[in-house]
Design a binder for this molecule. Structure first.
Ligand code: OGA
Ligand code: NI
Length: 188
């Protein structure tokens, strides 16, 4: 019951964020939700055991999330998430009563690069285990991902070609997670 309530609430939060992101781009409130259609929702409960030599490995190597929007619940006791900013990895320490929201590759493409899908990774820890709960909102398979029209006017070229989410997703998993940004393969 707890997990299913959590999934419902997190989905509502994701929809609200998608509405606000649409509006921030000067689009109709429902624009992003309409493009993404009946969204899939995946949950990963990540478990990172303690590692005696944490500098030799990662819990998760650097990657961007291939979906639209990710809502991450962090372990309050143990930090581990890092994001890449200006070429440097910065720790995102857990905050009470806060989620981490990751923009995924699909929102970068839909916004014609205005929103950035963040590079992030998880490091491990010598003596403490860590858990995190990631909820991924994903476009439906046949969703056509293409830059919103108003964002490609006034001399702004479309940065990426059109693709379906199914095409993107299979390309994403045919590479290594920490290779070049998968979106690069869809550049115009
Ligand atoms: C993920 C992810 C980070 C974390 O599951 O995609 O980036 O802190 N998790 O566990
Ligand atoms: Ni991730």
């Amino acid at each position: 019951d707890i997990v299913s309530n959590y999934c419902v609430e997190v989905r509502e939060l994701g929809y609200r964020l998608q509405e606000l992101i649409s509006q921030s781009l000067g689009l109709e409130k429902d624009y992003i939700k309409n493009v993404l259609g009946e969204q899939g929702q995946h949950m990963a409960v990540n478990y990172y055991p303690p590692c005696p030599e944490p500098e030799l490995t990662y819990g998760l190597p650097g990657h961007t999330d291939p979906n639209a929007l990710t809502i991450l619940l962090q372990d309050l006791q143990v930090a581990g998430l890092q994001v890449l900013k200006d070429g440097k990895w910065l720790a995102v320490n857990p905050q009470p009563d806060a989620f981490v929201i990751n923009i995924g590759d699909q929102l970068q493409a839909l916004s014609n690069g205005r929103y950035k899908s963040v590079w992030h990774r998880a490091v491990v820890n010598a003596d403490k285990e860590r858990m995190s709960v990631a909820s991924f909102l994903c476009p439906f398979d046949r969703a056509l991902i293409s830059p919103a029209k108003p964002l490609t006017e006034d001399g702004c070229e479309a940065v990426y070609r059109d693709f379906t989410y199914a095409e993107y997703y299979s390309k994403f998993w045919s590479r290594n997670l920490d290779q070049e940004h998968c979106l690069e393969l869809f550049k115009n």
